[in-house]
Design a protein around this ligand. Structure first.
Ligand SMILES: [Zn+2]
Length: 281
């Protein structure tokens, strides 16, 4: 009898806790409330199966990466045109499914009026064709999901004052409107521009609107874009470290003066760079 109780006690102490007291899977969304165009983190803890999870939000998939045993992290984003409200986050890992949600708050983006030379606002047919081709190329180079290259927080490429915020509606020559899909930093011609994180250069080209442009792939669907540069110091295929000098501020393309346009794309979504930089990763 005694032996039997001892045996049961051993089972209770060493075997059962693993099942009965296993920590439940914990999903954390940081921040839980965002604005359209913002990035956010999805953190998973205590996931015991070995399948790397995938998150589905607003019909887009976001890739996770493992950070220690059973812990995963993904960077998600919501499009600037997304309606305010509650969004479901579905997470799939092997045969297991988990759910969470995210609140997208309403935001009124400001409007500004600009006056530029007419040819920069109303492109010719040839220029329109060029712009179209460049947009296709841009979407192609920033549309792939490659392995993670970023390490830790993203940084601003220039520490200057911001002149135009993300999401600003710009009314040009009183007729043409466009939404600003990045941040504009004030800058002096020639000032050094740094890479926002580790990555691989995937485009260095002179674009109609963007002028001299660099695109860096940071992996897991995240790309950073640097426009209007006077000089490009890297080439396609180069592997870049966070903070490395990649070019100089200029006023090439559609620009009223020297400044840096800094954009972030995540799974094809134009993201407010400020929201990505604020994430503690
Ligand atoms: Zn800009």
């Amino acid at each position: 009898m005694k032996r039997k109780y001892l045996f049961l006690s051993i089972i209770f102490l060493f075997v059962l806790p693993g099942y009965v007291f296993a920590k439940p899977v914990k999903i954390q969304i940081v921040p839980r409330k965002i604005f359209p165009g913002d990035a956010f983190l999805i953190k998973i803890k205590n996931l015991r199966n070995k399948n790397t999870p995938v998150a589905l939000i607003n019909k887009k998939e976001f890739a996770f990466v493992e950070f220690g045993k059973g812990c995963y992290i993904a960077i998600g984003a919501i499009d600037i045109n997304a309606r305010p409200g509650k969004y479901k986050i579905k997470i799939k890992s092997g045969n297991s499914n988990f759910k969470s949600n995210l609140l997208v708050k309403r935001k009124i983006f400001p409007s500004v009026s600009l006056n530029l030379p007419d040819e920069k606002v109303f492109p010719s047919d040839d220029d329109l064709k060029r712009i179209q081709d460049e947009n296709i190329k841009m979407n192609e180079v920033s549309g792939l999901i490659t392995e993670k290259k970023w390490e830790g927080n993203f940084i601003f490429p220039l520490e200057n004052e911001i002149s135009t915020l993300f999401g600003v509606k710009r009314i040009m020559n009183e007729q043409w409107t466009s939404i600003h899909k990045g941040l504009d930093f004030k800058g002096k011609e020639g000032e050094e521009v740094k890479a926002s994180n580790n990555g691989k250069v995937v485009l260095t080209e002179e674009l109609f609107y963007g002028g001299n442009t660099i695109v860096i792939d940071h992996g897991l669907g995240i790309y950073s874009i640097y426009m209007h540069l006077s000089r490009i110091k890297v080439k396609s295929g180069d592997e870049i470290k966070k903070g490395e000098i990649i070019g100089n501020v200029g006023s090439t393309g559609r620009a009223t003066g020297p400044h840096l346009h800094f954009g972030i794309k995540l799974n094809g979504i134009n993201v407010n760079p400020d929201s990505l930089i604020k994430l503690n990763i």
